[in-house]
Design a protein around this ligand. Structure first.
Ligand SMILES: [Mg+2]
Length: 295
C-alpha cells in the first residue's frame, strides 16, 4: 500500500491542470455487462432467488446501475438489493423467505476493508455458512467477469479527449478496480501512455487518490474529476475539485460534450459555477434513491 501511495504523493505536476478519470462505466463501457451478465445470474444462483428471478434482476440493476448506490462496494450493494427485495410486494406475495444476511451486515459494519481476502479470513475464523455463501458468490462473480468481460474498448470520444487534453493537463486514473486489471485494460486499448499514474484499489480510496496526487499542487479550479457514480462526485467535492459527470445511459453524449465544449471551458476557467451545477443536477436526477416500483 505505502509504495503505491508514494507514487501518488510523489507525483509532480507537468501542467497547470489536473484531471482524474474513473475507469469502469466512465472510460470503459463495462458496467452494464458486468452487472447484467455477471452479477445478476450469480445473485440469483447463490441466494436462491430463482422464483423471483425477474424481480431480483430488476432490483440488482436498479441498485448497481441506476441509483445512488451505483459503483458502491459489492457487499454493501448486495445488502441493499436484499433489503429492497424483502420489501417488494411481489416477493411477499410468493411467500419467499430470503436468506438472512445478518453475518454479512456485521462483517460490513466491523470496518474491515471489504474485499475477498478479508472475507476469506472471516470465513476461516468463524466458519459462518452465510459468510461462506457470500464468499462463494463473490469468487463466482470474479470468475464470470474474467470469462465474459473482455475486448471492450473505451467509449467513443474518449481517445480524442485524451489526445486533446494531454497538451495541457496531467491525467491519472482514479479507480477502485484492482491495479493489475486497470493496467491491462488501459494498455490493451492504447490509452495507458496518457496516464501519469494508474491508481486502483490498492492505492486507497478515490478521495485519497485525488488528495495525494493533486490537492495543493494546482491553482484553485484547476483540478477536475470525471466519473459516472456518486462516489466519484463525493471524492471530487471532498477535495474541493470540480466534477464532470458521465451520465449512466448517456455516456457517448457526455464524452462528445466533454470533447467539444466542457474541456475547453475547464481550460478557460469557465467550467465552475452555473455550468457545472447544471451538469451535476442532471446527473443526480439519473441516480435516485427511490426505486421505480415505489414511485
Ligand atoms: Mg465508475
Amino acid at each position: 500500500m505505502s509504495r503505491s501511495r508514494d507514487l501518488l504523493s510523489g507525483f509532480r505536476p507537468l501542467h497547470q491542470f489536473f484531471i482524474g478519470f474513473d475507469s469502469d462505466g466512465c472510460v470503459f463501457d463495462t458496467m452494464e455487462i458486468k452487472q447484467k451478465e455477471c452479477f445478476c445470474p450469480n445473485n440469483i444462483k447463490y441466494f436462491n432467488l430463482q422464483p423471483i428471478a425477474k424481480y431480483a434482476r430488476e432490483t440488482t440493476e436498479f441498485v448497481n446501475l441506476y441509483s445512488k448506490w451505483r459503483g458502491s462496494n459489492r457487499f454493501q450493494a448486495l445488502i441493499k438489493i436484499m433489503d429492497l427485495l424483502a420489501e417488494r410486494e411481489e416477493v411477499r406475495e410468493r411467500g419467499i423467505r430470503l436468506i438472512d444476511l445478518k453475518p454479512l451486515r456485521d462483517w460490513v459494519a466491523s470496518g474491515t476493508p471489504l474485499g475477498n481476502e478479508n472475507l476469506t479470513e472471516a470465513v476461516n475464523k468463524t466458519g459462518d455458512p452465510v459468510l461462506k455463501r457470500v464468499l462463494d458468490w463473490s469468487v463466482a462473480v470474479n470468475k464470470s467477469i474474467a470469462e465474459i468481460v473482455h475486448g471492450i474498448p473505451p467509449y467513443p470520444y474518449v481517445k480524442e479527449c485524451l489526445v486533446k487534453l494531454t497538451q495541457r493537463a496531467d491525467l491519472i486514473c482514479v479507480s477502485q478496480t484492482p491495479v493489475e486489471a486497470l493496467e491491462r485494460e488501459w494498455a490493451e486499448h492504447g490509452i495507458a501512455q496518457y496516464a501519469a499514474v494508474i491508481a486502483g484499489l490498492e492505492f486507497g480510496s478515490k478521495k485519497e487518490h485525488l488528495k495525494l496526487a493533486a490537492v495543493g499542487k494546482y491553482p484553485a479550479g484547476h483540478i477536475l474529476m470525471v466519473g459516472d457514480a456518486l462516489g466519484d462526485l463525493e471524492a471530487a467535492k471532498a477535495n474541493g475539485a470540480l466534477f464532470y459527470p458521465i451520465n449512466p445511459g448517456r455516456e457517448v453524449d457526455c464524452w462528445r460534450r466533454f470533447y467539444e465544449e466542457a474541456l475547453d471551458r475547464f481550460f478557460n476557467e469557465a467550467y465552475q459555477g452555473e455550468y457545472e451545477a447544471r451538469l451535476i443536477e442532471d446527473f443526480l436526477a439519473l441516480l435516485p434513491e427511490k426505486p421505480p416500483w415505489k414511485r
